[in-house]
Design a protein around this ligand. Structure first.
Ligand code: ADP
Ligand code: ASP
Ligand code: MG
Length: 416
């Protein structure tokens, strides 16, 4: 007997038939004798709709009320799945974040989990009950207000719950059968990975691969939760309980015997570039630029500063997310007299392509071959950043797919 967390994303609970299908997947594990806590997302598209309602009522809305609204999608699916399980003769009940409670910080819209009371769920297991937990939501204990964990946050609910109840495994059921070398919807030649190291998955997720929320991987890494990404679209009846189903295990680096130099490629179209021309080349200028951005809570990603040719002025380029673009431009314009510069050049149609692999630690020249391959295809690189296990390139958005496919082939990731 094992204790399992099974998480089902939005497309897996998109309608009544799919919810019934999920119930049969849960039944399969219950019949095998396992204790099960299920975490569900809202129906596909439901959260987007709720977010839009908030924006339509008022662009600058109260974030605590935003959470009250957007958390409701998961309340619906948790109740429906409990009903579907009961209809199959399986004792089950729904749990909202506040009922568990799943306690969080008070950063509404992107709250962090601070504690989970696993006792009542475990007591339910002992009585043969399946716990159906509404993902994405929690409660800030001091204010008693409902919070949400940021978009894609049900992954984080699931991994945190697995850690709290000491589950043997956290299965993430989604609309693809695992983690691929890159988004399989964009590159049909992408290959499924049997295993991926936490650190690599963390980079993949933070650099744009939507399949897992970043925070869920951080938690998995800290608490050593075994995370298995698999498809909810397989028929529950066709699954052989004695064989490992298709999927990807996210695990410790030491569990992976052979490391390729490159494991995967992530990309994000959600970028914008700001170049400040002819800034005075003197101490304190970077602080004058990035201080106000940080005060405005704007995250700066890539930063490139040219070496000044005349010793007097230089150009400085950085990127922000598309969502912060207008505010970032505004912030720099307002700080213009303190910074002192000639001109702002900006580009919203840019994207970031990143190449990831722990094998890069011990291999030189990985990035150099990318520059060559992209140059041959006429793709101009606007900015570059590197770290131990990844490098990222900023390019024109129109070339995103071409660049991803080119690099995917270059590093031998295409499936045979
Ligand atoms: P869910 O609703 O189950 O949480 P998501 O839409 O959040 O599912 O994540 C699954 C999607 O992530 C896939 O449909 C796929 O298009 C996308 N994706 C992006 N990069 C990858 C990757 N490297 N491997 C697998 N899927 C990826
Ligand atoms: N329903 C939420 C969202 O769409 C959380 C999730 O699906 O993980 O972002
Ligand atoms: Mg998701």
């Amino acid at each position: 007997m094992a204790r399992l967390v099974m998480k089902f994303g939005g497309s897996s609970v998109a309608d009544i038939d799919r919810i019934r299908n999920v119930a049969r997947h849960v039944k399969r594990e219950v019949d095998a004798g396992h204790e099960v806590a299920v975490v569900v997302s809202a129906m596909a598209g439901a959260t987007n709709q709720l977010v839009k309602f908030c924006r339509d009522i008022s662009v600058l809305h109260d974030q605590a009320e935003y959470d009250a609204v957007v958390a409701s999608g998961e309340q619906v699916t948790s109740g429906l799945l409990a009903i579907a399980l009961q209809a199959l003769g399986i004792p089950a009940r729904s749990w909202q974040g506040w009922q568990i409670p799943l306690e969080t910080s008070d950063q509404h819209g992107s709250a962090r989990i601070e504690g989970i009371e696993g006792g009542p769920l475990v007591a339910g297991f002992k009585a043969g009950q399946v716990a159906v937990v509404a993902g994405f939501q929690g409660i800030h204990p001091a204010s008693g207000r409902i919070t949400t964990l940021g978009r894609g946050g049900s992954d984080t609910s699931a991994v945190a719950l697995a850690a709290a109840i000491k589950a043997d495994r956290c299965d993430i059921y989604t609309d693809v059968d695992g983690v691929y070398t890159t988004d399989p919807r964009v590159v049909p030649k992408a290959r499924r990975l049997d295993k991926i190291a936490f650190e690599e998955m963390l980079e993949m997720a933070s650099l744009g691969a939507k399949v897992m929320q970043v925070r869920s991987i951080e938690l998995g890494m800290t608490h050593n939760v075994r995370i298995f990404v698999r498809s909810s679209f397989d028929k529950p009846e066709d699954i052989d309980p004695h064989r490992t189903p298709p999927g990807t295990l996210i695990c410790d680096e030491t569990e992976i015997m052979e490391h390729e130099v490159v494991t995967g490629i992530a990309f994000s179209r959600d970028e914008a570039q700001i170049s400040i021309r002819s800034v005075e080349d003197k101490p304190g200028v970077a602080a004058a630029i990035f201080g106000p951005l940080s005060d405005a809570n704007i995250n700066v990603d890539m930063i490139v500063q040219n070496v000044s040719a005349d010793g007097k002025t230089t150009d400085l380029t950085f990127t922000v997310t598309a969502a912060d673009f207008e505010r970032a431009k505004d912030t720099i314009e307002k700080a213009r007299s303190a910074i002192g510069f000639a001109r702002l050049d900006t580009a919203a149609e840019v994207s970031k392509v990143s190449v990831i692999g722990v094998g890069m630690r011990s291999h030189a020249g990985v990035a150099a071959s990318a520059f060559r391959a992209l140059a041959e295809r006429g793709v101009n690189i606007r900015a570059i950043t590197t770290s131990e296990i990844k490098f990222s390139l900023l390019i024109d958005a129109a070339f995103t797919e071409l660049a991803v496919r080119t690099l995917h082939t270059l590093y031998g990731l295409d499936k045979a």
